[in-house]
Design a protein around this ligand. Structure first.
Ligand code: ADP
Ligand code: MG
Length: 625
């Protein structure tokens, strides 16, 4: 076949292959256009998962009648001056509308503030109509019907209506977080309506928008981030380590206000949380990076979700450092979800005091106790003597050294009894003001019950101790050179020449972590020493992973993370198992140590080490409020 120039429609369909992957991509492009036009309201309607209809209406600047034909022509944009390095709008490629028009039926109705009337243009499978007068308010309505009717092959790849609807929902939420001054609505026969009223461009407003999108409990379980390094600013919120998700979908990142999905940012978040989260859990994050547009390239892919930083090491370092610092600064905090779950577990039974008998409320109270690990039957005793809910009489098993005090303790009233059981005197006033309070008792041989001025704290002693040992090991690990072991024979690792070169360049840093390597002719390194902590390790794999990591991020995080994981395993073996009885001083010492140790709010596996119940909530449980 001779070489020939492709038709305009073919060219647009090829572009559409990249820009318009699915209905959600259409919504993304149209919403971006509305925001670039300065809209304060964006309304989105879909039907059939967006395949039969997508309609986006905005109250932005509108398109002048004489420019309508240009708007749907390829490579026509009002957003780019002469400098490709100075992009301040979401769009800039002049590609979205002609691409959509080449694979669907597209119509645009628009009216500017200056225009006395609206005008409309449509384009079907690449065929452009004449511009016609129309009736509309100021702003623009773009309607897309029968997406991919002109490219049936692409249509076949669509997932179900529901999957496409939910992808569209994600796109809208993602972009909405960056524009809290704009009101978004997403509705249609194929979905439940999403309404995001404008919240304002203040710190509170931005957080309120985040809460609309991520759920109202996120702000209570998040730490604010605000850091600056070499002209790059990072702001936003990250979840505390005990508030996690099973996937990384709730990690939102923005570069100069543009939503991006970036490997480097995702990797930095993983790195920052590496030693507080189990490997299969993910933090919830909203991060905004602001930097000189000239130092970041957004023109990497037509979908504009990828970016390239001029200085990736700087960006990664900033993210990891800022998150870790913020977590350390926030001290320890338990997720409110833990206490909320506990409250929910207890609540249903509250009514059973006044209504003894096998009512359903009664049963669930009992169930709650069973769920909380209690081994004896509260239910019937509670029902028999509602005035003395603490009198468990013969049902209570003897435990520890407190058994002989039991009867006397209950006879002298509930307050004294608690103290006698724990063998702990009235708590020092100063301790009540601390975060984790004064230890009052140890129960079930693993749970420390402590009290602050306004709350009850329950600490999982094993989990807490494990975490403290881990932090101490890590500290030791990173404060001096890591011990290494000589290999009997140096191991030669063959690599791409660039990889060998990169590793050699970092050999000094690697040596600090106990990995001794040097160049070994072209395209190879010789490894002479490995970190002792790693034990028998797959040197080839380790070196290759490191080379990849350095290529990607220009850092040697991998080795550090591996060593941290080893420390975690060691900590697990070295810590107090549950079942050890602790004296009051030991318990209080543990609590103080937890307070002083960043990250001790979760164990090495990401579970909370303690739960805090506010007195107010406890009083509510008992119907006192
Ligand atoms: P780009 O956004 O990259 O410029 P598009 O194909 O998405 O390319 O849009 C082409 C042009 O049409 C835009 O540059 C803009 O001038 C105009 N336009 C598109 N949508 C709107 C809208 N909702 N409001 C005002 N102008 C719009
Ligand atoms: Mg656009």
């Amino acid at each position: 076949m001779p070489i020939r120039q492709l038709s305009e429609t073919m060219i647009n369909q090829i572009a559409a292959g990249e820009v318009i992957e699915r209905p959600a991509s259409v919504v993304k492009e149209l919403v971006e256009n509305a925001l670039d036009a300065g809209a304060s309201r964006v309304e989105i309607v879909t039907a059939g998962g967006g395949l039969s209809l997508i309609r986006v209406t905005d109250d932005g600047s509108g398109i002048p009648e004489r420019e309508l034909a240009l708007a749907v022509a390829r490579h026509c944009t009002s957003k780019l001056s002469d400098d490709i390095h100075d992009i301040r709008s979401l769009g800039f490629r002049g590609e979205a509308l002609p691409s959509i028009g080449s694979v669907a039926r597209l119509s645009i109705r628009s009216r500017t503030a200056a225009g006395d009337s609206a005008a409309e243009i449509s384009i079907e499978g690449g065929r452009v109509s004449a511009v016609k007068p129309a009736a509309a308010n100021r702003g623009t309505t773009v309607e897309v019907r029968d997406l991919f009717f002109a490219t049936p092959a692409r249509l076949k790849f669509m997932k179900g209506e529901r999957a496409e609807s939910s992808a569209t929902g994600d796109v809208v939420k993602r972009i909405a977080i960056a524009f809290p001054v704009v009101r978004f609505t997403l509705a249609g026969s194929d979905r439940s309506t999403l309404e995001l009223p404008a919240t304002g461009d203040t710190p509170e407003g931005r957080l309120a928008r985040i809460a609309q999108v991520m759920g109202a409990d996120f702000p209570d379980n998040a730490i604010a981030i605000d850091a600056m390094r070499d002209g790059v600013h990072l702001a936003g919120h990250v979840s505390i380590p005990s508030y996690t998700r099973a996937n990384a979908l709730q990690q939102y990142a923005y570069v100069n206000g543009r939503p991006v999905r970036d490997k480097l940012i995702a990797g930095a978040i993983r790195g920052a949380f590496a030693d507080v989260l189990p490997r299969d859990r993910h933090a919830v994050t909203v991060l905004f990076l602001s930097l000189d547009p000239a130092t970041v390239d957004v023109n990497v892919h037509p979908a504009k979700a990828d970016v390239r930083f001029r200085d990736p090491g700087l960006v990664r370092g900033l993210i990891v450092g800022a998150i870790r610092e913020a977590m350390a600064g926030a001290g320890i905090r338990a997720a409110t979800t833990g206490a909320a779950g506990m409250m929910a577990a207890f609540r249903p039974g509250a009514a059973s005091y006044s209504h003894p008998g096998p009512a359903s409320g009664h049963r669930s109270y009992e169930a709650a106790f069973r769920a909380s690990g209690s081994s004896f039957d509260h239910g019937s005793t509670l029902a028999r003597s509602p005035q003395r809910p603490l009198d468990m009489g013969e049902a209570r098993p003897a435990r520890g050294g407190f058994a002989e005090n039991d009867q006397a303790a209950f006879d002298t009233g509930p307050l004294a009894s608690a103290d006698a059981r724990a063998g702990i005197a009235e708590p020092a006033e100063a301790l009540l003001g601390t975060v984790l309070g004064a230890a009052r008792a140890q129960v079930h041989e693993n749970y420390i019950v402590a009290q602050t001025r306004d709350s009850l704290i329950i600490v999982d002693q094993h989990a807490a101790h494990e975490r403290l040992v881990y932090e101490a090991l890590k500290n030791a690990l990173h404060s001096r050179a890591v011990p290494s072991q000589m290999l009997l024979l140096p191991e030669i690792v063959d690599l791409a020449e660039e990889d060998a070169e990169r590793l050699a360049m970092h050999s000094e840093t690697l040596a600090k972590f106990g990995l001794g390597l040097e160049r070994f002719g072209p395209g190879a390194v010789a490894v002479r020493e490995t970190p002792s902590m790693l034990g028998e390790t797959n040197v080839q794999q380790l070196v290759r992973d490191l080379a990849d990591e350095i290529a990607d991020n220009d850092t040697v995080e991998t080795l550090k993370e591996r060593l941290d994981r080893i420390a975690a395993t060691m900590a697990c073996h070295g810590s107090v198992r549950s079942g050890r009885l602790l004296k009051a001083e030991e318990m209080n010492a543990l609590l103080r140590q937890m307070e002083a140790t960043p990250g001790s709010g979760t164990c090495n596996h990401g579970r909370p080490t303690y739960i805090e119940l506010k007195l107010a909530d406890i009083e509510r449980l008992f119907g006192r409020r």
